[in-house]
Design a binder for this molecule. Structure first.
Ligand SMILES: *Cc1c(COP(=O)(O)O)cnc(C)c1O
Length: 392
């Protein structure tokens, strides 16, 4: 008999009833150190008092009015995003997937309105852009597309890191390139700054729009507000979600005026997108992340954690091949199955997240303390030791 919840997830036998900062309390009262943060969603920790206050204050006044009317909290969040990024304009969604839908629609309409037949979107192997028709067509992996055809046409996937294929494919028939500056689900694979710069140049040469998917690597995760800032470039369109709501469902598409001016009244919409509750929380998240010293602190903690992880890898060369990633978006490339590592972590009251390419992801709340990161290292050390004992 099919379960009452459609069984699309491989869930761990764990349920949590409370959270506090980097800690989650399970039903049986045990406490877990959370180095997954709901897959980079709880960027400011669980039950962050500032976010609880922003949400409850808004909840006591007004939940929803519809985009038929002006929404002051939405205006405030849009202004903050425009102030602190490349973007001239923002559309709010409820998720990263919906951000992908609009990014694709915007890129195509941009060229349509210019009278040009440029519809192809170039994406990359190992990428993840969500589970909608456009999202799975963009990522293109058999695991996500099998059985769901016919797929949305007009997407091409190139191998990650294949510069020759990129140069051969990008010409003035392409509408846009869609890429994660740091692949998340694909196994914490950062695009080197030089490559992102080179990609921006190639796009400029052919007039191609550059769409960055910063759903996972954005919102302070790499130690800059957005990962592309490290390369000193800017996209034309950017997808944001996960950390922007700190756990409240919220996503956004940020764009330049040139890319976005095709999206006029009536061309797109969302019932919940930019809802007062989500935007009240999102605005508080932005205020906290853009406050003096916040990202410096993330970078400082990340450097120490990275160094400790390198030591851990050196101590367990049979379990851990190497460390990779950026800021507090880190991956351990393993010699064991990531699912095994994650399960062994549960026995040490430690939460990590598996990814493709034999990688386990470490995505702690950005507010985690240095002491908690040190505790994480001790638990990772015990996890690796337990896996070795099991193998022996
Ligand atoms: C999670 C994720 C998405 C999809 O976001 P949802 O909120 O799950 O729809 C898209 N792109 C990337 C890079 C992601 O990590």
């Amino acid at each position: 008999m099919i379960p009452s919840i459609l069984p699309t997830y491989n869930r761990a036998p764990l349920a949590f009833t409370e959270g506090q900062g980097a800690w989650l309390t399970a039903e049986d009262g045990t406490r877990y150190l959370d180095l997954g943060a709901g897959i980079a969603v709880n960027a400011l920790g669980h039950a962050n008092p500032d976010l609880v206050a922003a949400l409850t204050e808004q909840a006591g006044r007004l939940w929803h009015t519809s985009n038929l009317y002006r929404i002051p909290a939405q205006q405030r969040l849009a202004d903050l995003l425009v102030e602190h990024t490349f973007a001239d304009t923002v559309f709010f969604t409820n998720s990263g997937t919906e951000a992908c839908e609009l990014a694709v629609k915007m890129a195509r309409k941009h060229w349509h309105d210019k009278g040009r037949d440029r519809t192809t979107i170039v994406a990359f192997g190992g990428s993840f852009h969500g589970r909608s028709a456009a999202g799975i067509a963009a990522a293109g992996s058999a695991k996500m597309t099998n059985g769901f055809g016919p797929l949305l046409p007009g997407f091409v996937q190139l191998p990650w890191g294949d510069h020759d294929a990129l140069r051969a494919t990008l010409d003035d028939t392409v509408a846009a390139v869609l890429i994660e500056p740091v692949q998340g689900e694909g196994g914490i694979r950062p695009l080197p700054d030089q490559c992102l710069k080179g990609l921006r140049d190639l796009c400029d040469t052919h007039g191609i729009l550059l769409i960055l998917d910063e759903v996972q690597c954005g919102m302070g995760r790499t130690g800059r507000l957005f990962a592309h800032e490290w390369a000193g470039i800017a996209p034309d369109i950017m997808m944001v979600a996960k950390g922007i709501g700190g756990g409240f469902p919220l996503g956004a598409v940020l764009a330049t005026e040139d890319a976005a001016s095709c999206m006029t009244a009536g061309t797109h919409g969302s019932t919940y997108g930019g809802n007062p509750l989500a935007c009240a929380v999102g605005a508080r998240v932005m205020e906290i992340m853009t406050a003096d010293g916040f990202l410096d602190d993330v970078r400082r903690k990340a450097a120490g954690f990275r160094q400790s992880l390198e030591g851990l890898a050196a101590a367990h060369p049979d379990i851990i091949d190497h460390v990779r990633g950026s800021g507090l978006m880190l991956g351990l490339k393993l010699h064991v199955a990531p699912a095994e590592f994650v399960a062994a972590g549960y026995a040490q009251y430690l939460l990590t997240v598996p990814a493709a390419d034999d990688v386990v992801r470490l995505l702690p709340p950005l507010t985690i303390t240095g002491d908690e990161l040190a505790e994480g290292i001790r638990r990772l050390d015990r996890t690796a030791a337990a896996l070795r004992r099991d193998a022996a």
